[in-house]
Design a protein around this ligand. Structure first.
Ligand code: ZN
Length: 252
């Protein structure tokens, strides 16, 4: 009787381990939005991002699809996806914005790159300003590599990154107000003080300029990289993109 009981316990433990392992590798669906009729450096980024994430999808066992049809930002399509990416563009109609807001407020996940976080003013889309925790303020020019400091090494999206790393050439944005002031925002990466003054034609003089953050009320990460064809040249930064997406997909 006792050996049989022991065997039964063994079977239960085996089943639990197997289901936990299965949960770790459970596939999820990702839909990436991009545009081809925008600034060439932003198209270049999207054209590199798509094969980058396609390769990651094969490696990490999730489904990845990219579309330039922003009208797919609607409830019927979004229902099929666990994560949405904005590769250097943003919605332009009220219907697209409403669909995205509803998606995020009902458990959807978002990874936004570079100009995905851009708005001319808070009045354009107040919900998005609160979601992002700030509004675009200024930028550096020309694109330059920078040292980024990691604010929270314990966050799953920061897994494997050193305390600071060299991020490839990018146009860097500043924000107003500082997203760090919002109680909902957790900053993950910041421009290191050693970068200042940053830029020649357009200069970021100094201060606190967060680069990557999450709004803890949602499953989201915004990251400022995404200008030009150098973004995917850093293995460390590529590792961040992978960790961020897997975290948003519920894998970590
Ligand atoms: Zn740009």
């Amino acid at each position: 009787m006792i050996p049989l009981m022991r065997f039964f316990c063994f079977l239960v433990a085996l089943a639990l381990t197997a289901s936990a392992a299965f949960g770790q590798n459970k596939s999820f669906q990702v839909l990436a939005f991009y545009s081809t009729n925008v600034e060439q450096d932003h198209v270049d980024f999207a054209m590199q991002a798509i094969p980058f994430f396609e390769a990651m999808a094969k490696r990490d066992n999730f489904e990845f699809k990219a579309t330039s049809n922003w009208n797919d930002l609607n409830p019927v399509v979004l229902k099929q996806y666990q994560v949405v990416l904005w590769l250097d563009e943003f919605p332009s109609t009220a219907a697209q914005r409403t669909a995205f807001q509803d998606y995020m407020e009902h458990g959807g996940a978002w990874l936004g790159f570079h100009i995905a976080g851009w708005m001319d003013s808070r009045e354009t889309w107040p919900w998005f300003a609160d979601f992002l925790g700030t509004v675009f303020y200024g930028n550096s020019w020309p694109p330059l590599p920078v040292t980024l400091d990691i604010d929270d090494p314990s966050h799953p999206a920061m897994k494997g990154l050193p305390a600071s790393y060299l991020s490839p050439a990018n146009e860097w944005y500043s924000w107003k107000p500082d997203p760090r002031q919002s109680p909902d925002i957790k900053v993950l990466m910041t421009l290191a003080p050693s970068n200042y003054p940053l830029g020649f034609k357009d200069t970021l003089a100094g201060g606190d300029v967060p680069v990557t953050w999450t709004n803890t009320k949602y499953k989201m990460i915004y990251t400022n990289m995404g200008h030009g064809n150098k973004i995917f040249t850093s293995p460390q930064q590529n590792g961040f993109f992978e960790a961020a997406l897997l975290w948003l997909g519920g894998r970590r």
